[in-house]
Design a protein around this ligand. Structure first.
Ligand code: SR1
Ligand code: MG
Length: 405
C-alpha cells in the first residue's frame, strides 16, 4: 500500500494510484474513482485518476527506477521526478498559461500530481493527423523567450542563478542526451536502430565523415559546458499538449542548465521531421503543399516570436550592465540561432537512426517510403550541422528545409 506518510518508493498500479490521490485529499474518501495507466513515453508511469461522476481528474506521474523503453537493464535515477516537479513549478511562475499546475510532488515516491489535460492532444499526434494549431508557433516562441530569459544571467539575479542551477544538476538524463543525441548516431554504435538497407548510406553520410564529427564534437561541447539557462531538455512534439487555441508544455525531466538554443532546436527538429513525413502521409499534392507550408510557417513564426519577445524582455528587465551596449543583443541572438540550427540537425539525425524514433516517420509502413524520408532527414540534418554558420536568418533556414522535401 502506498501512503504519503510511508514515503517508501514502490511503483504505483491503478489501485494504489487511486489510494494515493485519496490520501492526498484530492478527492473525498467515498468518491468512486477510476484509474488507468496512460503513459506512452519512454521512461515513466502515468496514471489518470478520475471521478466519473463529477468529471474531476488528475494525472499522477511516477518515475520508474529504470528506462521503461529498454527495461530494468537500464537503471535510471528517480531524482528526475524531483527535477521535473521543480522545473514545472518554476515554469508555472513564469508562464502559467503554458504549464500544468502541480498539486503535489514527493521525492521519495518519485511522484508528481498535476493537471489532467485530457481534452488536449499530444502535438505529435495532431501534426501526424494534419491538424492546424493557429497559436502554436507564437505560444512556443513566448514560452521559450520567458523561460530561457528569466532563468539566465540576462534575466535572473546572477547569484540566484548560480543557486538555482545547483538544483538542476541532472547527470544521468544529460548522459542519455550526450549519448543518444550527440554521440551514438555518429558511430556504428549498438544503441542505434538502423534498417539494414540504410546502413551503407548512413556509413558514408555520417560515420566516415570526419569534418561532420568535428562539428558534432563542437555542439556536444556546447551541450556539456554552456550552462546558460534552465532548459526543458526534451522539447519534442511529444512534450507539447495542444487544443485548438491552447498550448501546454509537459515533461521537463531532462531539465538542466544548458545552452539557450537547445530547446528551440529540439522543437524545430521535430517540426522538420513532421514536414518531411508529410511527403508520404499526405498523398494529395495540393493538401500536402498547403500543410507543409503551414509547418514551415511554424518554424519561421516560432523563431520570430521568440526573438521579438526575448528582445522586449532584454530591454525591460536587464540584469547585466552590458545589456544596453549596442550589438550585444544582436550578437546573443545570432549565437542562439547558430546553436539552434546545429542542435536541430543533431536531433533530426538521432530520431532517424538512434534509439527512440519518432512516430511521424516510424508509422510509415512501406519500407521504401520510410527510408526515403529518413534519407532526406539525414541529409538535411547533416547540412544543418555543417552549414549552421552560413544560415544567417530564419528565412534562410526555412528555405534550406523546403529544399529537402
Ligand atoms: C531512453 S530515453 C530515450 C529518449 O526519450 C526521451 O524522450 C528523450 O528524448 C530520450 O533521449
Ligand atoms: Mg519525455
Amino acid at each position: 500500500m502506498t501512503t504519503v506518510e510511508q514515503e517508501i518508493y514502490e511503483p504505483l498500479n491503478i489501485e494504489t494510484a487511486i489510494e494515493l490521490s485519496k490520501n492526498l485529499q484530492l478527492f473525498d474518501h467515498d468518491d468512486h474513482l477510476t484509474s488507468e495507466e496512460i503513459g506512452d513515453g519512454n521512461l515513466n508511469l502515468v496514471f489518470r485518476v478520475k471521478n466519473e461522476h463529477s468529471g474531476k481528474s488528475v494525472i499522477i506521474k511516477q518515475a520508474l527506477p529504470y528506462a521503461k523503453v529498454v527495461g530494468s537493464s537500464w537503471p535510471l535515477t528517480l531524482d528526475r521526478a524531483r527535477i521535473e516537479s521543480e522545473s514545472l513549478k518554476r515554469t508555472y511562475q513564469l508562464v502559467p498559461k503554458f504549464t500544468p499546475k502541480v498539486y503535489f510532488s514527493n521525492t521519495n515516491l518519485a511522484v508528481t500530481v498535476m493537471d489532467d489535460l485530457s481534452d488536449f492532444t499530444i502535438l505529435r499526434k495532431g501534426l501526424i493527423a494534419g491538424n492546424i494549431y493557429p497559436n502554436l508557433a507564437k505560444d512556443i516562441g513566448h514560452f521559450l523567450a520567458h523561460t530561457l530569459f528569466f532563468n539566465s544571467d540576462f534575466g535572473l539575479n546572477q547569484q540566484e542563478k548560480k543557486v538555482q542551477s545547483s538544483r538542476f544538476i541532472n547527470p544521468e538524463l544529460c548522459k542519455i542526451t550526450e549519448d543518444l543525441v550527440f554521440t551514438d548516431p555518429f558511430y556504428d554504435h549498438g544503441t542505434n536502430n538502423i534498417d539494414e538497407d540504410l546502413k551503407p548510406f548512413v556509413s558514408t553520410m555520417l560515420w566516415e565523415d570526419q569534418s561532420l564529427k568535428l562539428e558534432v564534437a563542437t555542439l556536444k561541447k556546447a551541450f556539456l559546458t554552456k550552462g546558460e539557462t534552465l532548459v526543458h531538455g526534451d522539447l519534442h512534439t511529444g512534450s507539447i499538449f495542444v487544443r485548438e487555441e491552447d498550448t501546454v508544455v509537459i515533461d521537463p525531466e531532462f531539465a538542466f542548465y544548458g545552452p539557450m538554443g537547445f530547446d528551440i532546436g529540439a522543437f524545430i527538429a521535430n517540426i522538420i521531421l513532421n514536414y518531411l513525413s508529410q511527403q508520404v502521409h499526405l498523398r494529395n499534392q495540393f493538401q500536402r503543399q498547403e500543410y507543409q507550408q503551414y509547418l514551415l510557417n511554424i518554424i519561421d513564426e516560432s523563431w520570430n516570436a521568440f526573438s521579438e519577445e526575448f528582445t522586449s524582455l532584454w530591454n525591460q528587465y536587464p540584469q547585466d550592465v552590458f545589456m544596453n551596449i549596442d550589438g550585444y543583443l544582436e550578437q546573443t541572438l545570432q549565437e542562439i540561432f547558430k546553436d539552434t540550427i546545429g542542435f536541430a540537425g543533431c536531433k533530426v539525425i538521432r530520431r532517424m537512426i538512434g534509439l527512440a524514433g519518432v512516430e511521424d516517420v516510424e508509422c510509415i509502413s512501406n519500407q521504401a517510403d520510410r527510408n526515403k524520408v529518413k534519407k532526406a532527414a539525414l541529409t538535411l540534418g547533416k547540412k544543418l550541422i555543417v552549414e549552421r554558420s552560413q544560415i544567417a536568418t530564419i528565412n534562410e533556414l526555412v528555405k534550406v528545409v523546403s529544399e529537402h522535401a
